[in-house]
Design a protein around this ligand. Structure first.
Ligand code: GLU
Length: 299
């Protein structure tokens, strides 16, 4: 065992976004993280990821606490709340900006789509990122400084994007990470270029999921990020940011997603309120657990 592993305490977390009630997939995720912490004699943390201030609601935060307590989970206080940490995200962004690794982008969704349509009309097949979104076509990436200044003065809304090519030229590649999702540790390759120039600070919020999650996992000393398979590919972006910001790279456990009986993945958007409703209907904990995949249930 390396000395680091001997002394470093295992810390994992459940990091829900309070923009809906938790469904059974969240219950599975939280239980998986808490179980990993218990098995390693480490800590399980809760973090509220409410940077999406337009959608986050206090009653959903309340609901998260109540639902997790009902599952029998415990976590230390105070709970980290992302909406109180915009200064920390700003400092990280400033560092990247000082190094010329991010650039302001004024493009609207419509402009981006038009640029892509224009290129695809000319017969170019347009690539998509691993989440299925069309890759950002690079508008505003190489804007001359004078034009940038002019646009700043005009005061239009802009986001900050990572110049992925510049970033990758600066760090040692290829990147890899340690994945525990298969029940054992394996080293897997990462492909950040597939995401292109990701947004690190949105037009409406001075950070983004990618930036906040990396800053906070490091700030909380998380040694294993536990989350669903749907975020596995994004680990590539997170690894780049960890390198650029000089933050340690945690291990990861990407667990299977809970599906309904038709095989559809549960989601808040689709109105899968699941687990809160079930318990309000009087279902007992054992019955709710039985609905989950192993090792909690048999589904
Ligand atoms: N806040 C994210 C969500 O609710 C999870 C982020 C993560 O675990 O990295 O989907």
């Amino acid at each position: 065992m390396k000395p680091m592993e001997a002394t470093q305490k295992f810390i994992t977390r459940f990091a829900p976004s309070p923009n809906g009630w938790l469904h059974l997939g969240h219950a599975y995720s939280a239980l998986t993280a808490a179980r990993a912490a218990q098995q390693a004699g480490g800590r399980f943390l809760l973090r509220i990821e409410d940077i999406d201030i337009g959608r986050a609601r206090p009653h959903f935060v309340e609901g998260i606490h109540q639902d997790l307590e009902w599952l029998g989970l415990e976590w230390p206080a105070p709970v980290m709340v992302q909406s109180t940490r915009f200064d920390a995200y700003q400092s990280a962004l400033d560092k990247l900006r000082d190094e010329g690794l991010v650039y302001p982008c004024w493009a609207t969704r419509r402009e981006i789509l038009a640029a892509i349509e224009d290129k695809t009309k000319r017969g170019e097949d347009w690539p998509r990122d691993p989440d299925g979104a069309p890759l950002y076509p690079g508008l505003y990436r190489h804007l001359p400084e004078t034009n940038r200044k002019k646009l700043m003065w005009e005061g239009g809304a802009f986001c900050w994007r990572l110049d992925m090519a510049k970033a990758l030229a600066l760090i040692d590649t290829p990147l890899t990470y340690t994945e525990h999702g298969a029940g054992h540790a394996e080293t897997l390759p990462l492909d950040p270029a597939a995401f292109g120039d990701v947004v690190l600070a949105r037009k409406d919020v001075p950070t983004s999921y990618h930036l906040a999650v990396v800053v906070d996992d490091a700030a909380q000393g998380v040694t294993q990020v536990t989350r669903g398979q749907d975020l596995k590919a994004a680990t590539a972006v997170h690894a780049v940011l960890q390198k650029l910001l000089d933050l340690p790279q945690p291990d990861y456990l990407h667990h299977a997603l809970v599906r309904d009986t038709s095989g559809r993945r549960l989601s808040k958007q689709a109105g899968d309120n699941g687990f809160r409703e079930l318990r309000q209907q009087g279902m007992r904990l054992e019955e709710v657990l039985a609905l989950l995949p192993p090792p909690f249930g048999d589904n």
